[in-house]
Design a protein around this ligand. Structure first.
Ligand code: KG4
Ligand code: ZN
Length: 362
């Protein structure tokens, strides 16, 4: 089965083709430089860019893979959560294609797709504990199958990636700054007394990262010589030297440790609570973080679990993960009608597929 995936939920426009679980081709255009001027994603600019770029990416993907549009069996589209105007561009495009070609339509939960993405490069083992750490979300799920996700814990305020980006902004690093904190932090040992591990002294599986951001802001206010005066570019970060580089590296490593260790505590707590699972899946942009990857490797090892991590290119938003998640659903007969709704951030994505009676799970 050949599935086209379409991703337009935030600031990446992406399309991909997955055939029988394997990636045949993908195209991606990021808007990150445009939004960097404003220090965050501007929704109206994002939707206009999707509208401008998506038809071209689709044509290029079909030309480069040599696929005829009539050969596409299913069109999978990220239907939420995300920016509503941006989602509507992808959802409308997908519906138009299905009307024109007769392909079946399947709406994909963007968050679930992040967690299923590693299936493109290796086997997924269910039941799994899933940790999604992205720019917009920090969720812990019990995943029984590609269509059965139970939300166990979530952030009450900032997402993990948002915490990285906001701390990077305080330090005047380029946007989005998670990667710069990761890179610089690798040059120093974390000072584990510098910043708190937020919201761990409670029995919940929820997160709260906003206080950690304030702790970094207070530290920086007391050491104003640490930060750049205006927003630095990548060259300025690379050119940092001497004591200032060392001190800033320690701040980055320590903040990174506070996030990674908080994630560890909640994941270990979740594992105790859910009982037997076969694997730990970690996904989303922050799954690209070296300390988070290392920490989760240790957690999985100590609990006898298979650790499933996406390749670095599959961590941030992409079309391949939508095509793959859509292929898992569509090949099991799951589909949506042309009344498929786009779901903005803050609303729960409904389980409103048509499911074939008596069929197996995806
Ligand atoms: O999953 P994603 O593309 O966004 C959403 O769907 O929300 O993740 C983007 C987030 C940004 O906050 C970015 O700073 C963060 O992932 N990120 C990182 C790293 N690479 C990307 N955070 C920490 N360390 C990294 N290496
Ligand atoms: Zn995402």
């Amino acid at each position: 089965m050949l599935t086209l995936g379409i991703e337009t939920s935030c600031d990446e426009t992406a399309v991909a083709l997955v055939e029988d679980g394997r990636l045949r081709g993908e195209k991606l255009a990021t808007q990150v430089d445009m939004h960097a001027l404003f220090g965050g994603v501007v929704p109206e600019i994002a939707s206009r860019e999707h509208l401008r770029v998506l038809p071209r990416l689709y044509r290029e993907l079909m030309a480069e893979t040599g696929v005829d549009r009539a050969d596409v069996d299913a069109v999978a589209v990220a239907r939420g959560p995300g920016l509503l105007g941006s989602l509507l561009v992808g959802v409308s495009f997908a519906k138009g294609l299905c009307l024109a070609t007769g392909a079946s339509l399947v709406g994909v939960n963007h968050l679930w797709a992040h967690l299923l993405a590693p299936g493109l490069s290796g086997e997924l083992h269910f039941p799994a504990l899933g940790l999604l750490v992205s720019g917009g979300h920090t969720h812990i799920y019990l995943i029984s199958s590609p269509s059965e996700f139970e939300l166990l814990g979530r952030t009450l305020d900032d997402a993990a990636g948002e915490a990285f980006d906001k701390v990077a902004k305080i330090l005047n690093f380029p946007y989005p700054g998670g990667r710069f904190i990761d890179d610089l932090g690798r040059e120093a040992e974390p000072d584990t007394t510098l910043f708190p591990r937020p919201y761990i002294d409670n029995p919940t599986l929820d997160f709260s990262f906003s206080g950690l951001k304030t702790a970094v802001a207070n530290h920086v206010a007391a050491h104003p010589d640490l930060v750049f005066d205006t927003m630095a570019d990548a060259d300025a970060v690379a050119a940092l030297e001497g004591r200032r580089r060392a001190a800033l590296s320690t701040v980055c490593a320590s903040f990174n440790w506070s996030v990674a260790d908080t994630l560890r505590i909640k994941v270990e707590r979740a594992l105790k609570r859910v009982g037997k699972v076969k694997s730990l899946i970690v996904a989303g942009g922050v799954a690209a973080n070296s300390m988070v990857r290392e920490t989760m490797r240790t957690v999985a090892g100590e609990n006898g679990l298979v650790l499933t991590l996406p390749d670095l290119a599959l961590c941030t938003d992409n079309g391949a993960m939508i095509a793959y998640a859509g292929w898992r659903l569509a090949s099991a007969g799951f589909s949506h009608g042309l009344d498929l709704e786009a779901i903005p951030r803050g609303r729960v994505v409904p389980l409103d597929w048509a499911v074939p009676a008596g069929e197996g799970k995806p």
